[in-house]
Design a protein around this ligand. Sequence first.
Ligand SMILES: [Zn+2]
Length: 106
Amino acid sequence: MNCKEFEKNIPIFIGSNMEYEDLKSFVEHVNTCEECREELDIQLLVSEGIARLEDGGTLDLRHEMDKRMEYALHDIRRHKTLRVLVGTLQTMAAIAFLLIIVLLLI
Ligand SMILES: [Zn+2]
């Protein structure tokens, strides 16, 4: 998966509608491409975090990432990329959490 394909797949990942083979390529790419990782963080913040702030709801991006990780883990439980995905999502959750703190402080 190249950067262009990755970007096209971000909304599918956020919607948790990704097929295993795509998910595998997606996770492999995000592990090797800092730019795409940042893009994924930003799009997740836009789709979940900002919408909730505008609704006056509580923002718990870490929970959102945990939820996505749970779905993803369910999808690929029997596959050997499991460990890679957990590491990636935990890192993304941490980065996203820090990003939203920064956004709230601005
Ligand atoms: Zn990329």
